[in-house]
Write a protein that binds this ligand. Sequence first.
Ligand code: HEM
Length: 220
Amino acid sequence: MGLTGFFLISFLIVHCTINAMIFFNDGGQTFNHWGHFMGSNFFIRTFEIGLFIGLILHIIQGLILWRQNVKARPVNYAVNKPQTNSTWYSRSMGLLGTLLLLFLVMHLYHFWLPSRFGGMANVAVLETTTLGDYANQEAHNLYKAMLTVFQELWVVIVYVLGVISLFWHLLHGFQSAFQTFGLNHKKYTPIIKTVGFIFSLLICLLFAAMPVSIYAGWIN
Ligand code: HEM
């Protein structure tokens, strides 16, 4: 679980960095340039297959772990105060992961599906004037897709809720992955927890800022 977790974290870093190019507010030139590179590069397309396999493995591993926990203690403790030795989010990784999965289904439907399998019908309504070289390449115009998708308030709210689930999931997952690899040390674990907190916060603030600033009209 730790290994697939690290793999998914590395994807999130790349995904967030490329998406953050929208903050250049240059009509999508920089973002679409890198989006196009990612979408057309052979190695990255191969990595994409690995990404989906990694995601499915991560979910299966989570389910196996959950079953093992249930089997190990079929009868509940008579007295149980979990809050004294664990955080609520470490005990809710399954729930947070499920919320994330629901978010992902909608997310892939919004962007990945139309960009890989064509028919960006929902995008056609936008003006194409400010989009430079990519203005007429519907299939690669992910910037335009973002501007369209984030015009609806309820979509923005679902994305922000999805990112909040990601924050708590990462907060526990980051530190837990190190522990899985045997790194549980009086001196280093607090440092890993601090780095994990800063990382989770930064990634999630950046992700949340994307739909919010597009909806607010700060990016156009
Ligand atoms: C909230 C801000 C986000 C925005 C604006 C955004 C935007 C995008 C866009 C435009 C694509 C299409 C890329 C392509 O087809 O080439 C994409 C794909 C994807 N996103 Fe996001 N994303 C966001 C957050 C997230 C989060 C939080 C996750 C994971 C928890 C995630 C996971 C994915 C995955 C798995 C793909 C498909 C991967 C691929 O294209 O190879 N995204 N996203």
